[in-house]
Design a protein around this ligand. Structure first.
Ligand SMILES: Cc1cc2nc3c(=O)[nH]c(=O)nc-3n(C[C@H](O)[C@H](O)[C@H](O)COP(=O)(O)O)c2cc1C
Length: 311
């Protein structure tokens, strides 16, 4: 998730062992492959086996509409250490879409196939290439053809966010078409995504889609215990977690301290971490304010926020 799931967030989220893999924020590719330093800044794990500190693989996500440049970028990423490539056909941001990237491609099924197959050909066979799709630009039906084209292009799996581009992040979520794609493309793995906020949501999504694989986005930020609880239901061993994450500031202070721990040295580190904690807090309060939110609003270093939360 662009602007959110950077390397420290990926490190925190994978500590429980719940995620089989995580995906980088998208790296935008225009008409040529970005230089190596852009990859390394964006995905510092590249220099460390492309895994998070707890050993979870990080998939590199590329976004763009130029098949040749994407293929070159994917090949470059692999030469820098990437172990898997994901292609973004879902981003709804108007600037991205105006520049022929993200969800715009949903209007051109043949281009999805062309991009996936160019990238597939550019990287070794043992490097998975996957596609992240929304249901369509402004209707639900295109997903069947788009997913089929991604599969024909050689995608190793497909992740589907059950919304159109037009719906952006607004309700409702449509899980049914994800189930249809799963049936139609079996045995190709289909990863169901969208609006899994609670364990009950996960169970309903599983019932409707019949999928074996799930992607968690915002839900994992709102409730850091959600991923381990979902993983347990899927038979993935994690540290035992039984209850949802609460509103207790001390509990949040503990998780923020992991984020701080994983943040690299930089001149503005204390302020940067404070900013990220406040961003995370805004997400976490999506279902109602956390009563300590106001107390940290005007604090601008990690240390002052931490002291306030544990006081
Ligand atoms: C702030 C924000 C940034 C996102 N950035 C990306 C991204 O870089 N790549 C991507 O594939 N999806 C991105 N997404 C979409 C999520 O991956 C996910 O598909 C969507 O939020 C629905 O899943 P959720 O309800 O579990 O969050 C982003 C979503 C949000 C809210």
């Amino acid at each position: 998730m662009e602007g959110i799931t950077d390397a420290p967030m990926r490190a925190v989220q994978t500590e429980s062992g719940a995620f089989r893999f995580v995906v980088s924020e998208f790296l935008r590719v225009c008409n040529q492959a970005p230089p190596r330093k852009v990859f390394e800044r964006h995905i510092p794990e590249l220099g460390r086996g492309c895994v998070t500190p707890s050993g979870t693989p990080v998939q590199i996500q590329l976004l763009g509409g130029n098949a040749e440049a994407l293929a070159q970028s994917a090949a470059d990423a692999v030469s820098y250490g990437a172990q898997a490539i994901d292609l973004n056909f879902g981003c709804p941001a108007p600037t991205v879409n105006r520049h022929d990237g993200g969800a715009t491609l949903l209007k051109y099924p043949h281009r999805i196939r062309e991009i996936v197959s160019a990238v597939r050909r550019a990287v070794p066979q043992d490097i998975p290439v996957s596609a992240k799709l929304r249901l369509g630009w402004d209707s639900l039906d295109p997903i069947l053809e788009n997913a089929e084209q991604a599969a024909l292009g050689g995608a190793d799996w497909i992740t589907i966010h059950g919304r159109t581009r037009q719906a952006c992040y607004n309700p409702p979520i449509y899980w049914e078409p994800i189930g249809e794609v799963r049936k139609r493309l079996a045995p190709l793995p289909v990863v169901a995504n969208g609006d899994i906020w609670t364990l009950e949501d996960f169970r309903r999504c599983r019932e409707i889609t019949g999928c074996e694989h799930y992607m968690l986005g915002r839900g994992a930020l709102v409730d850091p215990y959600l991923a381990p609880r979902v993983a347990q239901e899927l038979g993935i061993a994690t540290a035992p977690v039984n209850a949802p994450f609460g509103k207790d500031p001390k509990q949040w202070a503990a998780i923020f301290s992991r984020f701080e721990f994983h943040t690299e040295q930089r001149p503005d580190r204390a302020v940067h971490v404070a900013r990220r904690i406040k961003q995370w807090t805004r997400f976490a309060s999506i279902y109602g304010p956390l009563d300590w939110m106001d107390r940290i609003k005007r604090l601008d270093t990690y240390e002052t926020i931490h002291s306030e939360l544990v006081a």
